[in-house]
Design a protein around this ligand. Structure first.
Ligand code: MTE
Length: 944
């Protein structure tokens, strides 16, 4: 093929391409002007023009300095940068925002073109015609009251392509803060630069203030939803997507965590020595060699504990340090304290524990069932005559399913015992536990929690024990002691989620209606984790639905729909509820996910592909919020107003990333009618708010929000006479006056929550304040030969009443879903035959990462919902959507069903959770996997 002739030339050899023309309107430079020349032109212009006219020059200069290195800037030209239309260009967003134009030249003449959204058509594409070249670029000076800024975010400050860059220009009306014109452009976020037009529209004509910008931010992030009331003031942040108050400091690493606290003089480190035996008598602990090692100061055993040597959880005593007997590998036996972490570790390795093994060892739930080794009491709920129901059902099926992170830190200081910890419950467990362990009153123990780097329930119990052991070490040595578990130690000691073994017998009619079901659950009592057993048990129920569908040759979604609550109903524990919003979530999710059409497309795909199969599933969740132990549904708060008008709020909830402090800030802002920026939320401390209840059961904002609301209302009402006297005054005026008039500017607030209860004798109760409803739908593509899958799309519809902060809530929904996805398809603890945990870190224990996020991920909040049982009609959302991760599990099961159909296998089959690639692959029953199965491999859970 003949090549078309090319003429190559160096444009900066032609004076017309580098010439410069300066007027009071701005600077016109030739397109062949190198970056280095342009830099000096701009520097000169900044000196020559009046300062208010130079904003654009400064913004551009800031960017030019970062374009490549000096050598590149010496040859790269402005025209080239524009015409190449590279989406990450550092210059084009600023040129576009700053109203720059260019002159294009061709044999037909020249034309002036704006460098704006219409100029860039796509990746490396502009509206320039093939025979056109850029002749010059005009950079306007800024007009009075006009400001231009450039922003750049790159992996490194210099010599790195920007990840995102932006140019922003705002022009104000004369002598006012009202925006006349605004233009925002981003680079690096698409195939070409993007204009944030809708956000700009939102700002034009409005004063430049927090509320305006926050609205623009909301529009800008099109997935964000607002839940504001009609007539709600622009300053009131409730219902608005206010950013998590420490998001930036956490993302940049500036946020301070427990172990970031600087070392104090004479501080010691503590390392726990754990049992290496699954069940044994401790015959001797020899730490003489450890004490001889450099830096080792002491070894703490149970005998050193001055007070109570155990903690009681859910009616069972757990020893802080094992004294006579150990019942699992990883049980805490003693602790070594030394002057540095390496010395402590060496000391711990030198401790010799002698054991006498006991033979009645139990490793799995199945073994516990077989040996009838249960924690009592066994709970039972029975409604109707199950036997009769099963007898009368047209079909009966029996099935079973087996379901199979965290970091703890504590620092103690002697004297009044100060506990600085990463823990969900500073008051109830740590404060009480440390006091009881040391045999001192609780008022001598002060516990502080700044923030947790994530807890997810895993810090509800074991951290109190660790804090108590560390307190004993501080007490005994008279020195501050720091205990920070490493990941592996933490995974070994804190226990992990509870495995559940579920069995069911279900009776159903040919039309898919389930008429009777008998479930038996056996759960090992491990550490609490988001959902606390609900995600595991719900999986058993939904697996049963799948089995009924497979038995009848119907689709699982049909059986789910047939058996869904439809009208005001009672749960099996006789709690009345209205499922209207659950049904709405279901219908909306079906529609938004375009479910029926995609089901057909999937069928077609599966017919056309042998080893790649697609599957889809939709699952509902009705999740109870609140503590069944009624006394835990209470909270307190302390609010101080300072003389300068700033406000400090303390409450009993702990911030673990779920955003409780941000929501509380919004509550205080609304109640005191002041901007959120005047409010600071202090660390959680038992000195400010004692006797706190757990930040758990997704009840943190419900409870603490109400307590803060109460305190703020007390203060607001106290200021009423002052406001009346000076209605036009400002918040600051009123506070100054209140102080001068000797009015207390501090108040405590209290919330006496729902009286919830579950009567296990009568098998009935009201253990929840209300239900959060949600429905999730996922589609996966499964590689039947490897078992690997990809989540192609997920749609979630959630009823969370009137969200206090839609951004945070959507973050919680997405995060919980991803955690559920990990729980049901990936995360698996593996043990040695003698019960030693192998999976002690990210190397062996796989949690979902970015690549596992569904390719298309939509979250919708159900509109028009409200909730009379919680603050501002909101609903708790921390835990419920973990279960929606199971939509991926069931979509995998659906894809496996299609693969099995090719092998002429129909009807129910057991797929245990997590549906790891091995299990999914084996379940596909291709002729390859059949060969493996014949050689003796099982698809069951990892057996220790
Ligand atoms: N979100 C983050 N980022 N980190 C966490 O540790 N814990 C979850 C959920 N969301 C958690 C989280 C759990 S287990 C619960 S019960 C709730 O947050 C607790 O907070 P809330 O009651 O304020 O919703």
């Amino acid at each position: 093929m003949a090549k078309s002739p090319h003429l190559l030339t160096e444009v900066n050899k032609f004076s017309r391409f580098v010439c410069l023309n300066v007027s009071d309107k701005g600077v016109c430079v030739g397109a062949g002007c190198s970056m280095s020349v342009l830099k000096s032109v701009l520097e000169r212009s900044i000196n020559d023009f009046p300062p208010e006219s130079t904003h654009m020059f400064r913004a551009l200069l800031q960017q030019i300095k970062l374009v490549g290195g000096q050598q590149i800037r010496n040859v790269a030209t402005l025209g080239g940068n524009i015409a190449s239309a590279y989406p990450n260009s550092d210059l084009t967003p600023v040129l576009a925002a700053g109203r720059c134009t260019l002159v294009a030249l061709s044999k037909d003449g020249r034309r002036r073109v704006s460098i704006d959204k219409y100029f860039f058509l796509g990746f490396a594409k502009t509206i320039l015609k093939p025979d056109e070249i850029v002749l010059s670029v005009f950079i306007p000076a800024t007009r009075p009251n006009e400001i231009v800024h450039a922003f750049r975010h790159a992996p490194r400050k210099e010599s790195a392509l920007a990840t995102v860059n932006a140019g922003m220009r705002v022009w104000f009306n004369a002598n006012s803060n009202v925006v006349k014109e605004i233009s925002i452009y981003y680079g690096g976020v698409g195939a070409t630069i993007l204009s944030a037009e809708r956000a700009c529209e939102q700002i034009v004509g409005r004063p430049w203030e927090e509320a305006t910008l926050s609205d623009a931010y909301t529009v800008h992030k099109s997935t964000e939803i607002m839940n504001v009331l009609e007539g709600q003031s622009a300053q009131d942040p409730v219902g608005r997507p206010m950013m998590h108050r420490t998001a930036l400091s956490q993302a940049t690493g500036e946020a301070v965590y427990c172990d970031d606290l600087p070392q104090t003089d004479s501080e010691l480190f503590l390392v726990i020595v754990t049992s290496s035996r699954p069940h044994a008598k401790i015959t001797h602990i020899d730490f003489s060699e450890a004490l001889k090692l450099p830096g080792v100061v002491d070894v703490i055993t149970a005998k050193d504990i001055p007070g109570k040597r155990f903690r009681t959880f859910i009616g069972y005593d757990e020893e802080l340090l094992a004294e006579d007997e150990v019942t699992c590998v990883g049980q805490m036996v003693c602790a070594v304290v030394a002057d540095s972490k390496p010395h402590t570790k060496r000391g711990a390795a030198a401790v010799k524990i002698s054991y006498e093994d006991l033979q009645d060892r139990i490793f799995t739930v199945e073994e516990a069932i077989e040996k009838e080794s249960f924690f009592l009491p066994r709970r039972k709920i029975e409604r109707g005559d199950v036997e009769k129901g099963l007898r009368e059902a047209e079909q009966v099926y029996e099935g079973k399913i087996v379901y199979h992170i965290d970091f703890s830190e504590a620092l103690k200081l002697p004297g009044v015992v100060n506990v600085i910890t990463a823990k969900d419950i500073p008051g109830k467990r740590i404060n009480e536990s440390v006091a009881e362990t040391l045999g001192i009153p609780s008022n001598r123990v002060s516990c502080h929690v700044k923030r947790l780097g994530g807890a997810f329930g895993g810090k509800v119990t074991k951290t109190a024990i660790l804090a108590s052991i560390t307190a004993v070490a501080a007490w005994k040595t008279g020195r501050p002691v720091r205990c920070v578990l490493e990941r592996g130690e933490d995974m070994l000691i804190t226990g992990g989620r509870h495995p559940v073994w579920g069995k069911y017998k279900v009776g159903f009619m040919k039309n898919g209606r389930i008429t009777a079901a008998d479930f038996q659950y056996y759960a090992n009592s491990n550490t609490a984790f988001r959902g606390f057993g609900v995600p595991q048990c719900m999986l058993v129920v939904e697996s049963m639905i799948d089995d009924v569908a497979l038995k009848l040759g119907r689709l699982p979604e049909e059986i789910r729909e047939i058996n869904l609550y439809k009208e005001v109903s009672h749960t099996h524990y006789k709690m009345e509820f209205d499922p209207e919003n659950l049904v709405r979530c279901w219908n909306e999710c079906m529609e938004k996910a375009d479910f029926r059409q995609r089901r057909q497309a999937i069928d077609l795909f599966n017919q056309q592909n042998q080893f790649k199969k697609r599957g889809i599933a939709i699952v509902p969740i009705k999740y109870g919020i609140g503590f069944a132990e009624g006394f835990l549904n209470q909270a307190a708060a302390l609010v101080h107003i300072y003389k300068d008008g700033s406000v400090l709020v303390s409450h009993g909830g702990t911030e673990m990333g779920q955003g409780v402090h941000t929501k509380i800030q919004q509550v205080a802002s609304r109640e005191l009618n002041i901007p959120a920026s005047l409010i600071h939320i202090s660390e959680t401390s038992t000195q400010c708010v004692p006797n706190t209840c757990p930040s758990a059961a997704s009840f943190g904002t419900d409870a603490n929000g109400m307590a803060v609301k109460d305190a703020c209302q007390i203060l607001y009402n106290r200021l009423e006479p002052i406001r009346k006297k000076n209605p036009k005054g400002t918040w600051q005026n009123w506070i100054t006056t209140a102080f001068l008039e000797k009015i207390s500017l501090s108040a405590t607030g209290y919330y006496r929550g729902h009286d919830l209860d579950m009567d296990w004798e009568k098998q009935e109760g009201k253990p929840y304040a209300y239900f959060t409803y949600a429905v999730g739908c996922s589609e996966v593509e499964l590689d039947c030969l490897t078992g690997e899958y990809r989540t192609l799309r997920t749609d979630i519809v959630v009823d969370i009443g009137r969200s206090i902060n839609p951004s945070i809530d959507i973050g919680q929904i997405e995060g919980a879903f991803m955690q559920g996805l990990g729980l049901y398809t990936m995360e698996e603890l593996k043990f040695s035959p003698s019960g030693v945990l192998y999976t002690r870190g990210p190397g062996q224990y796989k949690i979902p990462s970015f690549c596992d996020v569904p390719l298309k991920f939509n979250v919708y909040l159900l509109a028009g919902s409200s909730n009379p049982h919680a603050i501002y009609s909101s609903k708790g959302i921390g835990e419920p959507t973990v279960f929606l991760g199971s939509s991926v599990f069931f979509a995998i099961k659906d894809a496996v069903t299609a693969a099995r159909k090719d092998a002429d296998l129909t009807g129910p089959f057991q797929l245990n959770s997590p549906a790891t690639p091995e299990r999914a692959c084996l379940a596909c029953a291709t002729h390859f996997t059949k060969m493996v199965a014949q050689s003796g491999s099982t698809s069951g859970p990892a057996q220790p």
